[in-house]
Design a protein. Sequence first.
Lengths: 160, 410
Amino acid sequence: MSMGGLESDLEELYRRRQGAFQVMLASVTGSVESARDVVQEAFAQALRDQDRFRGEGSLEGWVWRIAFRVAIGSKGSRELAVEDVPEVAFVEASSDPTLAAAVRQLPPQRRLAVFLRYFADLSYSEIGEVLGIAEGTVAATLSQAHQQLGTAVSANEVMA
Amino acid sequence: MSTYEHDLLTARFATLAPRPLPGDWDDVLGRAGAVRPRRRRLARSLWRGGRRRKLVVALAVAVLVAAVGAAAYGTVRVIFLDRGFIGLPPVGATPSAPERGELLLSWSGASATHARPHWRGGVNAPFVVAWVYADGRMIWWRDGQVPEGANELASGYLEQRLTPEGVKLLRAEVAKLLDPSRSLLETLPADDDPRPGPFGGLALFVPQDYDSQWGEVEVRDGDRLVRFQWRGGIKPHLEPAVEKGGFEGTIATPEQLSALRRIDALLTDPTSVLPSSAWAVREVRAYVPSHYAVCIDTSPPKDASQLLSLLPARAADALRDKSRTRLRGDVFDASLNVVLGRSVTYCSKLTTQEAREVADAVSGLALERRMWPVALRYVVAEAVSNLNPTTISFDPYFPHGQFLLWGGGR
């Protein structure tokens, strides 16, 4: 049963990137199992709502926004409110507790930008699209985040 | 932030990443109302029953596992290390011998042989560098997890030894494989000085879907070394002769690509490829150098005397009378694709013992954390604006008289 013209594009995106979606969203939901559920639901919602995709940005950016809305439960909201993103719950925080702690101290928008950059491997323009900010603002946000992470990591770590 | 620093941060984030569960497109269709629910329930029960495999991490732990082989060599005990290390070797480790060696073959670049699917999509082809010497030594480094490696992100420099027949076999096969690309071979200057980077020159352009998108091989041809380079990012429908980013060359033919794949296997995974008769010492040991390059890097450029005054007195005294090589470079922000400023690096060649004394003297300084998994580097002075901090680093010299400076020129 066909859902419309975007189904094959969404399926291709899903097959290629669902792992990245899970990894990124696990930091929001607190577990990879719940993140997987969010990803399944987000792609299902994208399939149902594909007529709303106007092609102004990338398909992936649009699905990321849906996924975040599903993850933070802000149903019906058109805009992603980064302040709504809950405290991160790294499922593998024990692997690098210093970095995990430093990331938790980032303000919500910086934190989200960092996640989208390093967990989701999105470009600056794609991050801008997801967060609804200009590419230059993404660069500045990430630069500030790098600085804050660098400072926090150097201040807290001791040589092994 | 440099590309290398970006890669290191990416690697650290990767250790925080959980292992994703298998996807199920039918389940998505079912949720969207497009598939039978029975299959959806089955699929969901499968993933819920799955177990996550925890990533093992020893990120900032330089494992200096000591002495595996302690063999009598005359009256001197020879101490080998069965794992790589970052920075200086444990006291008492026996240096690789002889100190000097004639370089016959080398590899530097991303390895298609070791490329693995990346959890974010695409493939990750780790950086490998390998040198083969006339005396049979093979010294190599590979990014990522290696059983004998120093940590989760890097092997450290490791050593194996080929028999004379093994060297001959390897050299002959690589030379034969390069024959179809002989028009792209370039002669290298014969000196011990570090070569500037990044390089330009002739290159074989490989397709975008080839796992190794960059690299170079060097081969001794009589009294000279010739270099063969490859670069990716070229679409196959382009003209046969092209130019890209300072490189000139031709699009790879299937024969050239197949040869490159084989060279990759020979030089980055010889243990799997070469017969056992090719090995004098197949076991992997740490490469223990006799000398280190102790380098001070700063931006914007400053005089060496000015930089020495920033060091603890004992370190400055040890370096003051040593001869220095001056390397110039750029501070480049890869994400913004802009040069932020100029930098300068002063390098002195010290014995391992002298380097250890300098390292002891600066050990009170903060470690450059972003480089620690791959290099021992201390922060001498904080960065000015968005340039790099002033650092002092310790990198081994290799038998052919060169060293690799991480995050900088070679």
